[in-house]
Design a protein around this ligand. Structure first.
Ligand SMILES: *Cc1c(COP(=O)(O)O)cnc(C)c1O
Length: 401
């Protein structure tokens, strides 16, 4: 049996009769950039996340840049970013000329470990980017608490000000993997000062090309993002500020508008696939299945298991051989037609592009362990009972050998 990592064709077949006319409508009206389809999607997406503003943009990466740009982050500033995430989380900072400062992740949630941020805060810290990694919200209250311990006081939503120096730190959400995920019953995207989303085709809500969004409850931030998205122009050819071309395409707005209507249903199906994985993999001692934290409603963009290394090589520093069993399982599944993924094989602090920042292997043991031992199983709403059973059967077979 061949099982893809995700099945965009199956999804397209299921909505073809709905999505094709929406695209045709854009062609008929030649409304290729922004326009009604984008505006309507922005309104619906904001509503779905109980947030005041949504600005459709050209990608999640561009959304990360715009979010920090609109907060005024620039050269000499530091932005705290988890070591285990997709590289684009750090691009938000670097595109503003700021420096990413990495922190380790929490061993159970895989998100930024709140206890680790205190040591990373300096007088130059301007923002903390919380990533709702794999579809599970970061522990926002715990992050708030750590800022309070460090003498920063909550001034307005997602904005903390130092009690004596007045230095402001913004709490930002990278929600690229977490559409309609919840934190303590509230949807992500409106939990901090500003948030960004990705609609890359493989994301839980995916466009038919590149697209993203920025959401915020702050009118000023929304205004700036809207300006920067389109050349800093308040009206045509009047450029109030510097800007960029970060506009969403009309076809993407139309596709996303159709797909958003299915997102609840697809998300529940992802959660059901995850629950089934848990049942069928229970008792497999050699792996750790992802934990759904009590504060989160996980939307399972990814289902990442950890394969325990051979012997007892778990703990602080992960040896080069730790990934051997994970790699062997990955190969065995591949040989049996099952596609898997690594998220992410190289943590950010040891990426070649950040060499100049001076981090080294061993700095963030949890992120390093996850990169060495994590394996993402196939995860998509259309996954059948038979497919899930086949994957779990092959995993069990591998460990029996
Ligand atoms: C996908 C992703 C991005 C970037 O989104 P694009 O739309 O691909 O630019 C940013 N952050 C995280 C955590 C992502 O998973």
């Amino acid at each position: 049996m061949n099982i893809p990592f995700l099945d965009l064709k199956a999804q397209y077949r299921s909505i073809k009769s709905d999505v094709d006319p929406a695209i045709q409508n854009i062609l008929d009206n030649t409304a290729f950039v922004l326009g009604k389809s984008v505006t309507e999607f922005e309104t619906a997406f904001a509503k779905a996340h109980s947030v005041k503003h949504c600005i459709g943009v050209s990608s999640g990466t561009d959304g990360n840049h715009l979010a920090l740009w609109a907060l005024g982050i620039g050269p000499c500033d530091e932005v705290i970013v988890p070591a285990n995430t997709f590289i684009a989380t750090a691009w938000g900072a670097t595109l503003c000329g700021a420096t990413p400062v990495f922190v380790d992740c929490h061993p159970e949630s895989y998100n930024t470990d709140p206890a680790k941020i205190v040591a990373a805060i300096t007088p130059k810290t301007k923002a903390i980017v919380a990533v709702h990694l794999y579809g599970q919200s970061a522990d926002m209250d715990a992050l708030n608490e750590q800022l309070t311990i460090s003498n920063y006081q909550l001034k307005e939503q997602g904005v903390f000000v130092h009690k004596t120096t007045g230095q402001a730190i913004y709490l930002v959400e990278d929600s690229a993997q977490a559409h309609i995920a919840e934190y303590k019953g509230q949807r992500v995207g409106g939990l901090g000062a500003v948030a960004s989303f990705s609609f890359y085709p493989g994301k839980n809500l995916g466009a038919y090309g590149e697209a993203g969004a920025v959401t915020t409850n702050d009118d000023e931030v929304a205004k700036k993002v809207t300006l920067y998205r389109a050349h800093g122009a308040s009206e045509k050819y009047i450029h109030e500020t510097y800007g960029h071309n970060y506009r969403m395409e009309g076809i993407q707005g139309a596709v996303l508008g159709v797909k958003l209507k299915y997102l609840n249903e697809w998300t529940e199906k992802r959660r059901a696939v995850a629950a089934r994985y848990r049942e069928l993999l229970s008792g497999v001692e050699e792996i750790i299945v992802p934990k759904e934290m009590e504060y989160a409603k996980h939307v399972y963009h990814l289902f990442v298991i950890q394969v325990k290394p051979f012997g007892s090589a778990q703990g602080d520093s992960v040896s080069a051989s730790a990934s051997a069993r994970r790699d062997a399982l990955m190969k065995f599944l591949g040989d049996n037609g099952i596609a898997t993924g690594l998220h992410y094989p190289v943590p950010l602090h040891v990426q070649p592009c950040f060499k100049h920042l001076g981090y080294k292997k061993g700095d963030f043991p949890v992120a390093e362990q996850l990169s060495a031992c994590g394996l993402s199983l196939p995860m998509f709403p259309e996954m059948t009972e038979e497919q899930i059973g086949y994957v779990c059967g092959k995993i069990r077979e591998f460990f029996r050998k």
